[in-house]
Design a protein around this ligand. Sequence first.
Ligand code: SF4
Length: 400
Amino acid sequence: MVQEIASKVSAGGRVSAAEALELYRRAPTHLLGRLADGIRARKHPERIVTYIIDRNVNYTNVCVARCNFCAFYRTVGSAEGYVLGFEEIFRKIDETIAVGGNQLLLQGGHNPDLPIAWYEDLFRAVKSRYPSFKLHALSPPEVLHISRINQIPVPEVIARLVAAGLDSIPGGGAEILVDRVRRLLNCYSKASADEWLDVMRQAHRAGLRTTATMMYGTVESDEERIEHMMRLRDLQDETGGFTAFITWSYQPEHTERGGTEATGVDYLRTLALARIALDNFDNLQASWVTQGGKVGQLSLAFGANDMGSVMIEENVVRAAGAAYCMDEVEIVVNVEDAGFTPKRRNMHYEILGDPIFRERDVPRMLALGKAREDGDTSLPEELRQYPARSRSGKQLRLAQ
Ligand code: SF4
C-alpha cells in the first residue's frame, strides 16, 4: 500500500486524506523525505533556497483570547501588558532597513483597547514615512477581533486596512483547523476553523496574498493534522491565494497547557507530508526558529525550499522557551552547506538578489531583539486619541 501511494506521488498524483494518513503512519522517514524532495525538485529545479529579511514585531501582548498553548499574552490590566508606540515601531523599521529588510511581520494580541482607527493610523504613518516598506500584518483571528469589536464585517475591515497600507496577511492563528482541537486549546472562540478560512478567502478575493501555518503537537490526532492540510488544500484550489505553508511544533514552556515538545523526526515527517499533501502550494518554509539551524538545514531535504525570515526580533516562541537565532550570514552558510543557492526574496517570493552582506556592509544581529525592555510600562502618547473599552484601559488613559 505504501509503495503504491509512493509511486503515485512520484508520478505527480494527488493523495487523498486516507493515503496521506497511510504514508504518515507507515512510510519510513527516508521515503517520506525522498518523496517530498522529489516534489520540491519538480517545483524548484534551480536549487535556489530563498529567505526574507523582515522583522517580527508584536505590537501588543494584551490579549482577551487566552489560548492555553500561548506563553506570550498578558491579560487586560496586567502590569506586564504593553502596546508599542508609533515611534518605537518606526525605530524598529529603521533597524530593519539598516540590515537590508523591507517588511514588518506585524502581529499581536487581541487588545480590546485598540480600535480599527489605531491600526489605520499606524499603517498610514508607516507608509507615509517609508513608502516602499511592506506590511505583512494581522493574522485572521486579529482581523476577526477587529471586526467584532468595531462591529464591521470582515470584508470591510480588510478593505479599510488595505486602503491604509496593509500589503498581505500572515497565516498565524491557524493552529489546527479542526474545531474539536480548537475547543481543547481554548482558541475556538477567537476563530473557528471555518472563520479562519473565511478571513483568508475574503483576503484572497480582495487581491491579497497570504501564508498558511500549522502548529502541531498538542492534542490533535494524526487524522486531524491531515484534515488541517486538506482544508488548506481545498481553499488553495478555490482561490490560489496562499504563497507558502509554514509548520512548527507546539512550544510548551511557560504555557498553561504544558506538556512536551514533538521530536525533530516528527517535525521532518510532518513537513515532508505537508509537501506531499499540499501539492498546490509552491513554497514550504523551514521552521528553524523552533527546530534549530541544523534541523532547519535538514528541512531542505524534506520538502522545504525557503528559510523564512532572518530573525531580528522574536517574542512569541521565545516566551515559550524556543528562541534559535540566525542572522543572514548564518542562514546563508546553512543553505550553502546543504548544497543550495541562497537568494533574498520578498513576500511574493520574487527574488530580490544575492545575500545583502555580500553587497554591502550590514550590522550583524547576533542577539534577538524583543518588543519591549523588561519593566518598561510606558503607554504610547497616541493611545490617548482613542477611547478605551476596558476598565483598566480607561483608568490608564485618565492617569496619563
Ligand atoms: S496565541 Fe495569540 S490570540 Fe492566543 S492568547 Fe496568544 S496572543 Fe492571544
